[in-house]
Structure formats: C-alpha cells, structure tokens
Design a binder for this molecule. Structure first.
Ligand code: HEC
Length: 178
C-alpha cells in the first residue's frame, strides 16, 4: 500500500528527484545481444511466465536463453523472474505484459527496451486523494498484504527500521545505456 502511494507521488522517470529511474536496456538496438541470443532469451522469458501454456516455448532454445537470462536479466528481474519492485522491473512469471503478450511483442521489448514514464502526481492531488487512489489501486490488484510488522517486544528484539537504499536506482541506471 505505501509502495503504491509512493509511486503515485513521485512517478516513474518523471523528473521528480525521488522518481524510479531504472530503464530496460535495448539489448538488440545497442548490440548487447545477438539476434539468436534474443530469440533464445525470449523463449526463456515465455518459459518462465504463465504465457507458456498458450505460447508453447521452444525448450531447447529456452535452455540456452536461461544462461543469457542469468547473465543479463536476473540483476533486475530476479533469478526466477519475479521482478524487483524497487527497480521497477516487472515480474516475468505472470501473463501480464506492459507492451503486449504475443511472442513478437515480448521479443520487441527485449530488443528495443522501453522506459515507460509515469508522471508524478504529488503536486496535482492532495494527500487524502493520493491515499484514496493508492487504496483503490491496491484493491484492484487483489490487495496484497503489507509486509508484516514485528510486534513491539523487548527493545533488543525490536525489528530494525527498514533501510531504504537511495542509491539503488542510480546504480541500476548506471549499468544501462543513456
Ligand atoms: C537495468 C534493469 C533491467 C535489465 C538488466 C533488464 N530489464 Fe527487462 N525491464 C526493466 C524495466 C525497468 C522494465 C519495465 C519497462 C517500463 O516500465 O516501461 C522491463 C521490462 C521488461 C519486459 C516487459 C515485461 C512486461 O511485463 O511487460 C520484458 C519481457 C523484459 N523486461 C525482459 C528482459 C530480459 C529478457 C532481459 C535480459 C536480456 C532484461 N529484461 C533485462 C529492467 C531491466
């Protein structure tokens, strides 16, 4: 819930100083991977996702693509493709796609990358509206539970405050072109 509210406030690549900035690299356009490697890793992405039931990945290509995936993609999308919310890297395990879920559209995303921009709404809505919007989005998504909060017990056993790594986005963006 608080994550959703934060994203609504600062946006994604919006120019707001706290905005999420990580970008999906353009592996094909920038010659980071060959055509064959992109085909293989596309099969691997399909194989990891629930789209495998409808797209029937080529499993031999996916096995080659798995190596490329661990080298090039896992840093942002996670070793098993579950994504990284702090980096804005979506989960690749579901069958929900930002730019279309056909094999060609998935491949194009890997080839060309794309940094979706989400505007920052902080100056446009007051706090109450932002909270209500975050609540609404949370409900639409099925309402994932917030991270459990440790009950306050003895001071020595108290959970440390969560550490927010402010430099994470810059580090991730540093590895990407532009
Ligand atoms: C530097 C971090 C980073 C790396 C490395 C990276 N991605 Fe991404 N990827 C992203 C981000 C961020 C997005 C979301 C783009 C947006 O919001 O427009 C994304 C989106 C995607 C999408 C679209 C997913 C969807 O749900 O619509 C696919 C597919 C994808 N990446 C595959 C890959 C593959 C395959 C590799 C490795 C060859 C890779 N990515 C490497 C950050 C990364």
């Amino acid at each position: 819930m608080e994550d959703i509210e934060h994203t609504l406030r600062v946006g994604i690549r919006s120019g707001h100083p706290d905005a999420r900035m990580s970008m999906m690299p353009a592996f094909g356009r920038d010659n980071m991977l060959t055509d064959a490697q992109i085909s293989d890793v596309t099969e691997q992405v399909v194989a990891m996702s629930s789209a495998r039931a409808r797209l029937h990945p080529d499993l031999r290509a996916a096995a080659r693509g798995a190596l490329v995936y661990q080298e090039q993609c896992a840093v942002c999308h996670g070793a098993t493709g579950t994504g990284d919310r702090a980096l804005g890297a979506p989960s690749l395990t579901d069958d929900v796609w930002l730019y279309g879920g056909s094999r060609e559209e998935i491949r194009r995303q890997i080839e060309l990358g794309r940094g979706g921009v989400m505007p920052s709404w902080e100056r446009r809505f007051d706090d109450g509206t932002l909270r209500a919007l975050a609540y609404y989005v949370h409900q639409m998504g099925g309402g994932e539970a917030d991270a459990p909060v440790a009950p306050p017990t003895l001071p020595s056993a108290a959970a440390p405050a969560p550490v927010v790594d402010q430099d994470q986005d810059e580090r991730a963006a540093g590895g990407a072109p532009h």
